[in-house]
Design a protein around this ligand. Structure first.
Ligand code: NAP
Length: 473
């Protein structure tokens, strides 16, 4: 596939293979973008912004509605690309594609609600004759950098609001999963987005990341990815706005009055969705001691039923990790925890990039799998006796994206909701629940700012004040 620079789809002699992580078969190749390509993208986007900032809200919304419609009409094509290039099973890919249609549709709707306000200038002496308002104008060139794990919908979460806001955008998708992103850009152009409004540059972040990130023509970086890359980007960005959606090691409290069946089913799915490569995937389960044995037995039994393997088969519950290297890392983290005294209740094995769904208990506090984001199909169980202690344990790590609690008691639910330190608390759902229109993002190392269309639009626009001095009034 090609990249889109200065209104033209181009390829390069140097290419990068995109392989299916299940069997390593070649899916396609992409151009390895260079620093020269970065310069082309940057100067073209500045010209692109001259076009997008003059597009009416109606025109921007129409592009997004039309793109959503085109994807709906080609669902199978998109689903297959996700299920080939990424870790996701065909069923997981279906869900992501339908969410992408929803994301673009909401972006179109929210484009019509970018509102300003009148300002009461006469609220302080000296402002008597002044009348005015503020409105929100597009921020300019947005650089969107996206991860591998939701290769379509997380791209839509950046392109949708950037277009809705009237910005021009440069997209750099993850190198292991760029194909869904390329197809999305193709559809946006087909839907009427002026090709100069969007640049799509493929290539390694380690090579083209710095010149993109540090350039002063970029007015906002919208990044989703890991904390390490986030830190590097922040250190290079200079003075520009930064939105960051980073990792987590999501805690879920299962209180003694929980609906056990619901909690088990929801947490098993939440732990192993997309082979655990999910920023809101369940990593730490804090289970009340009164129900710990029953919960553990049921959780392990359901986990053992998981079918892992070929992503394209309808009956497969979980596919491979994104690369064998990543699978080996998770295997090592499990081994390290086991060496330090953790019990592996099920799983722990690996074949190529396939890692068995793995459940651990007695995980010591200094094991990587406890204190860092695992981003793989493993989950840790911890017995708890006290709600304050459970909340303190949940808050103890430097992440805070989503947290969750299963309880039937309102006061327990409210206490958790107010005291868990994170961007959102799910009650009677695992952390793996996101509505694309809700404000989404984290505190601490989990991120900066919020996504979720209406909220991304706030981040991707700036208020401008207009004040009339009317001495004759
Ligand atoms: P990653 O390694 O951080 O890469 C993310 C993106 O950043 C890729 O496009 C990558 O390019 C690029 N990149 C890496 N280093 C860069 C640099 N120095 N300058 C500019 N760009 C750079 O993350 P990943 O492995 O793809 O994704 C997994 C991580 O994303 C996890 O930590 C997960 O929690 C997080 N995530 C967070 C959310 C959220 O909404 N909070 C959602 C999904 C995922 P290359 O691919 O070329 O290296």
């Amino acid at each position: 596939m090609k990249m889109l620079l200065d209104g033209r789809w181009v390829d390069r002699d140097k290419t990068i293979d995109v392989n299916d992580p299940y069997d390593n078969s070649l899916v396609d190749t992409i151009p390895a973008g260079s620093k020269q390509d970065v310069e082309v993208a940057l100067s073209a986007t500045v010209k692109g912004f001259e076009i997008t900032k003059r597009m009416t809200v109606y025109d921007r919304a129409q592009v997004l509605y039309k793109a959503a419609g085109l994807i709906s009409g080609r669902l199978d094509e998109f689903v297959t690309v996700i299920a080939r290039e990424a870790s996701k099973t065909i069923n997981e890919a279906r869900k992501e594609t339908s969410r992408c249609v929803n994301t673009l549709t909401i972006a179109a709707e929210e484009a019509k609600r970018i509102l300003g306000e009148t300002i009461p200038f006469d609220s302080f002496p000296g402002g008597e004759k002044r009348r005015g308002f503020y409105y929100r104008f597009p921020i300019g060139v947005v650089l969107a950098i996206t991860p591998f794990n939701d290769p379509l919908n997380l791209v839509a979460h950046k392109l949708g609001p950037a277009i809705a806001a009237g910005n021009a955008v440069i997209l750099k998708p993850a190198t292991v999963t760029p194909l869904s992103a390329i197809k999305l850009v193709e559809v946006l152009v087909e839907a009427g987005l002026p090709p100069q409004a969007i640049q799509l540059i493929t290539g390694y972040g380690s090579q083209i990341g710095d010149p993109l990130v540090s350039d002063e023509r970029v007015r906002m970086i919208s990044f989703t990815g890991g904390v390490e890359a986030g830190k590097q980007i922040a250190s290079k960005a200079g003075i520009k706005k930064i939105g960051m959606e980073l990792g987590s090691d999501s805690p879920v409290i299962v209180w003694k009055d929980a609906d056990l069946k619901l909690a088990v089913a929801s947490c098993v799915s939440g732990a192993f969705w997309a082979a655990g490569q999910n920023c809101i995937g369940v990593q730490r389960l804090l289970v009340h001691r009164d129900i710990y044995d029953q919960f553990t037995a049921d959780f392990v039994a359901l986990t053992k039923k998981y079918q892992i393997g070929d992503k394209l088969k309808e009956e497969t519950d979980m596919g491979p990790m994104i690369t064998e290297t990543e699978a080996k890392r998770v295997e090592q983290w499990v081994a390290e925890a086991a060496d330090k005294g953790a019990n592996v209740l099920t799983g722990g094995g690996r074949k190529g990039a396939l890692v068995e769904p793995t459940v651990l208990e007695n995980v010591p506090g200094d094991a990587k799998i406890h204190c860092e984001e695992v981003f793989g199909p493993t989950v840790n169980l911890y017995p708890i006796d006290d709600l304050d202690q459970a909340i303190a344990d949940a808050n103890a790590l430097p992440y805070g994206l989503l947290a969750a609690i299963f309880t039937r008691d309102l006061e327990t639910a409210f206490k958790a909701a107010y005291e868990l330190d994170c961007g959102g608390v799910m009650i009677n759902d695992s952390t793996d629940y996101r509505l694309d229109s809700m404000p989404f993002g984290g505190v601490k190392y989990s991120g900066l700012g919020r996504e979720g269309l209406k909220f991304s639009l706030q981040e991707m626009t700036e208020p401008k004040v207009v004040c009339f001095n009317l001495p004759g009034m």
